[in-house]
Design a protein around this ligand. Structure first.
Ligand code: BGC
Ligand code: CA
Length: 346
């Protein structure tokens, strides 16, 4: 072999080694600010509020894409089974996800998820279903994005009290008391517990005399609430004057039960929900619901998207104004017929 030929072969081998090395470290280097993979896992696929928030999260994350950074979002759900959700999280981590957004099935059981994320150094932003404080303290890369449930209960009590003051006809049998039914979300959910307590307490503090007819769990679900309410209508006829619901879906289920009951609309109770879902805003416009409390999914999704990107890039989190360096608390807003247009089509 001639010297020239040997030199060319050596140069070629060196070039191949260099390119391989560049691609190799380029692969992990470019991961730093080129492609962020966000894994989003919800507790079920059947929750309209969670689905609406997840859609916002996907679009918010996509708006953060630019020429230096590609965003890949993958969304899955735990099918209401904590063990299944644990497995999905492990699979997402295996598949190379950089940041996790987790809406726990069982908010008291995040241990497996935290363990595997920590082993792989993948930060977790929990949302909507709040782990207990001790669990969030287990590692410094655990965050929570959600709301102060007490605030939503207080606001719901305030708008209901205000409505009753301005509409004395709510007390249809004129006995000075408001006969009411309360529809509760999932047992053990931080929002269900506080909303129930706080809305009733606030109504009473605002001078409304209440008479409790029934409390019913309906699991956040429209169909279940419709069934419960149909049952209550067969028991109480048109005696119910007020329905307080832990969320809009159940409030809409109650309205549906009245629609199917044959009771004339002037004898329907005043109905209040929480969330500000489009169907509920529409119902407020049409007068089949009287109010709700806006659970700001745009704000929560926006915060999660910004936090995910900052965590990925290793940026300072000071602009996020996190409480205890972990919690983002999104404010609620009251919605009634006068303000409903400000919230429609956000
Ligand atoms: C919402 C409910 C939803 C639940 C799911 C609550 O904050 O108000 O509509 O079903 O979260 O965890
Ligand atoms: Ca009454």
């Amino acid at each position: 072999m001639s010297d020239r030929k040997r030199n060319r072969i050596i140069a070629l081998i060196l070039a191949v080694i260099c390119v391989t090395a560049l691609v190799g470290c380029g692969g992990s280097d470019s991961k730093i600010d080129k492609t962020i993979r966000v894994g989003v896992v919800t507790y079920t696929q059947d929750d309209p509020f969670i689905n609406a928030m997840t859609d916002k999260l996907k679009s918010q994350l996509k708006t953060m894409e630019n020429s230096n950074m590609k965003v890949i979002v993958s969304v899955r759900n735990g099918d209401n089974d904590q063990r299944e959700q644990d497995e999905i999280v492990a699979e997402m981590i295996d598949a190379g996800c950089d940041v996790l957004c987790v809406n726990l099935v069982d908010r008291t059981a995040p241990a497996n998820i935290i363990k595997v994320a920590r082993q792989n150094d993948i930060p977790i932003i929990f949302f909507n279903r709040e782990p207990v404080h001790e669990d969030l303290e287990q590692w410094d890369k655990l965050y929570y994005v959600g709301c102060d449930a007490k605030e939503s209960g207080d606001m719901q009590g305030e708008i209901a009290a205000e409505y009753i003051k301005n509409h004395p006809e709510v007390d249809r049998n004129e006995d000075g008391k408001i006969q009411y039914v309360l529809l509760e979300g999932e047992a053990g959910h931080q929002d269900a517990i506080s909303r129930t307590d706080c809305s009733v307490k606030t109504l009473i503090e605002n001078g409304v005399q209440l008479e409790k007819l029934s409390y019913q769990f309906a699991d956040w679900n429209r169909g279940q609430a419709e069934n419960r309410m149909t049952q209550l209508i067969s028991q109480y006829g048109d005696e119910v004057e007020l329905v307080i619901s832990n969320n809009d879906e159940m409030a809409l289920g109650a309205a549906e039960a009245y629609r199917n009951s044959g009771i004339s609309e002037d004898k329907w109770p005043a109905i209040f929900g929480i969330d500000g879902l489009d169907d509920a805003l529409q119902a407020i416009k049409e007068g089949t619901m009287q109010g709700t409390v806006y659970n700001d999914k745009e704000d929560q999704a926006g915060e999660m998207a910004r936090l995910a990107v900052d965590l990925f890039k290793g940026n300072s989190l000071s602009s996020h104004r996190l409480q205890d360096e972990k919690y983002y608390v999104s404010p609620y807003q009251k919605v009634d017929v006068d303000s409903v247009d400000d919230f429609l089509h956000r």
